[in-house]
Design a protein around this ligand. Sequence first.
Ligand code: HEC
Ligand code: HEC
Ligand code: HEC
Ligand code: HEC
Ligand code: HEC
Ligand code: HEC
Ligand code: HEC
Ligand code: HEC
Ligand code: HEC
Ligand code: HEC
Length: 333
Amino acid sequence: MRLNSAFPRWFRRRAEGEQLPHPGKPLAPLPVNFVQFSILFAALSVFSPFASVAQQENTVSKTAAGYAGSEECKTCHDDIYRSFEKSPHWKTLLDTRGGSAKQGCEACHGPGQEHIDGGGDKGKIFSFLTASPKQVNEHCLECHASGKDHANFSRSAHTENNLSCLSCHSSHHSGAEQFLLVKVQPQLCYTCHLKMKAQFNMPFHHRVEEGLMNCADCHNPHGGFLRKQLRSAAGRDTVCFTCHVDKQGPFVFEHPGGKVEGCQACHSPHGSPNPHLLKASNLNVFCLKCHTGSTFSSASGTPDFHNQAAQYQACTLCHEAIHGSNFDRHLLK
Ligand code: HEC
Ligand code: HEC
Ligand code: HEC
Ligand code: HEC
Ligand code: HEC
Ligand code: HEC
Ligand code: HEC
Ligand code: HEC
Ligand code: HEC
Ligand code: HEC
């Protein structure tokens, strides 16, 4: 088996705890978007009649509208402030371009002056603990909607089933070192998908339980265009090619068996009782599901000499290039 050459390096570095984007998934850092946007905005402002309006709005959001600044919150919420300082969100304090509305505590909780004036009046501040999943998502997506990872959150199976960002993330009480997750993977996913744990405990499995791979390597928990929230490799191809490049082709002689259903036509992606994660233990039975020679299957029937009582059972003994071949139309090499 030949894996993507970038894979082992990425694998090792991540195993050592380094925070890395998936090799097939370039991380779009938020600040870049901010920068691009503000350059564009600045350029527009110079020539546009809206320039003065924009400037006005900017000053307004910086001073008025009831923002107190994160330092104020610290006086009463010291413990929360300390967890905030250690989280990636402290960076919002450095970015002054969006004004107070995009900085620190109030970037998420909204203006807090009234809350303070009321001596900590709970009714005068946005609380994630009492908000609906929809409200939570809207608040977080104010900054995280860009980038291909989150762009489809609103149409994911998770959102449709009323999950919010806080089903998996916690701003102040996260239980994982990376990504502010409530728990580390795969335990996080198992809290709701316990059935999958059994699959990863099968004799042959992708090594998720061992911590060498994550659920999120194959799935985008935030949703995407593909079914089952699967990620795609470059070119919107099946996610499996991210690591198993040698199976991608194009081959002179393709095996169309996998072209429609994908690799799952023959493999159980999580785990299987059979070697090579195959869906069936008797390979011949399995291949002959399609290769019946009937009019109902587009697959060709086997030649007459393929006596199933004898050596013709172990199909891939001869049809070695089962994933496609550049040399032989019968996939013999
Ligand atoms: C038509 C059935 C079929 C489809 C579709 C299929 N495979 Fe396989 N695959 C097999 C069989 C059979 C074996 C075992 C080969 C053997 O016995 O030597 C195998 C073995 C493998 C192996 C381990 C051995 C090796 O050659 O590296 C990997 C990895 C693999 N497949 C990945 C994939 C990926 C990725 C896809 C999707 C692009 C895919 N397979 C699609 C039938 C299939
Ligand atoms: C004068 C002290 C004080 C200051 C300053 C203060 N708070 Fe509070 N805050 C409180 C008290 C008291 C509560 C209510 C705690 C309770 O009843 O559990 C509270 C509750 C909250 C809650 C609601 C928690 C929940 O249970 O829903 C949030 C969110 C919050 N504060 C955010 C902020 C932010 C953001 C700031 C800064 C803009 C801030 N607070 C500044 C005293 C303060
Ligand atoms: C990235 C958005 C975000 C930022 C920034 C943020 N919070 Fe929160 N806050 C939340 C969420 C989400 C919760 C719900 C609990 C959780 O996820 O940890 C929460 C909960 C709270 C609570 C309720 C008590 C608790 O322990 O859950 C208080 C009080 C609070 N935040 C205060 C603050 C203060 C003070 C700051 C600034 C130091 C701040 N928050 C910054 C999102 C944020
Ligand atoms: C079903 C669980 C789940 C939900 C719901 C969820 N996330 Fe995530 N999120 C994850 C996991 C798991 C990762 C780590 C991804 C990885 O390992 O590559 C992550 C990573 C992230 C990252 C950092 C990496 C990146 O891709 O940019 C951000 C930002 C993020 N999530 C924001 C959000 C926001 C905002 C919401 C709500 C709109 C949300 N998430 C909802 C599970 C979830
Ligand atoms: C004011 C804008 C803003 C809001 C609102 C916001 N975030 Fe973020 N978030 C950021 C920035 C900036 C980063 C740091 C990005 C970086 O490091 O490149 C970040 C990083 C993250 C990460 C990645 C953590 C990591 O370890 O890489 C997660 C997860 C995340 N946010 C979740 C959330 C959730 C959940 C909410 C809602 C409760 C939320 N964010 C609200 C701006 C925001
Ligand atoms: C090697 C890639 C890979 C990994 C790693 C992976 N999955 Fe999957 N998963 C898939 C594929 C491919 C499918 C679609 C199978 C199909 O078409 O029936 C799928 C399907 C699913 C489904 C839908 C099942 C159904 O019956 O509809 C769930 C839920 C799921 N995975 C959860 C998880 C969880 C939880 C983890 C981590 C513990 C995980 N997956 C890890 C590739 C993966
Ligand atoms: C709070 C509960 C919860 C958590 C945590 C959770 N999920 Fe889900 N997930 C659901 C629900 C509910 C559905 C929709 C019903 C179903 O398909 O089981 C779902 C559906 C899915 C699907 C199937 C999508 C489809 O189109 O059928 C996949 C794949 C999936 N989740 C992966 C993950 C992964 C990976 C994680 C961890 C990063 C995770 N989930 C964490 C509740 C959760
Ligand atoms: C993040 C990288 C990665 C992705 C994505 C991935 N795999 Fe794998 N796969 C591996 C590694 C590494 C191994 C072998 C080592 C091991 O035992 O974990 C493996 C092993 C396999 C094997 C068994 C090989 C054997 O000889 O027994 C098959 C079959 C396979 N993968 C198919 C798939 C399919 C199908 C998908 C897409 C649903 C997929 N893989 C996605 C990394 C990946
Ligand atoms: C999901 C259905 C499906 C499965 C399962 C399947 N195949 Fe195929 N296979 C096809 C189709 C469709 C073709 C193309 C037939 C054609 O073009 O006439 C094909 C072509 C072939 C060919 C090329 C011969 C030719 O007629 O051009 C061989 C050899 C072959 N398959 C062997 C196997 C073996 C061995 C297995 C089991 C490991 C297998 N197939 C599993 C659908 C399948
Ligand atoms: C001992 C070696 C061997 C084994 C085992 C074997 N085959 Fe073949 N198969 C061949 C050879 C050689 C050909 C090419 C015949 C020719 O040149 O027309 C072939 C041709 C085929 C074709 C193409 C038929 C056509 O119309 O072009 C299919 C489909 C096929 N085999 C499927 C299978 C399946 C399914 C199995 C397992 C049940 C299997 N083979 C086991 C050697 C083998």
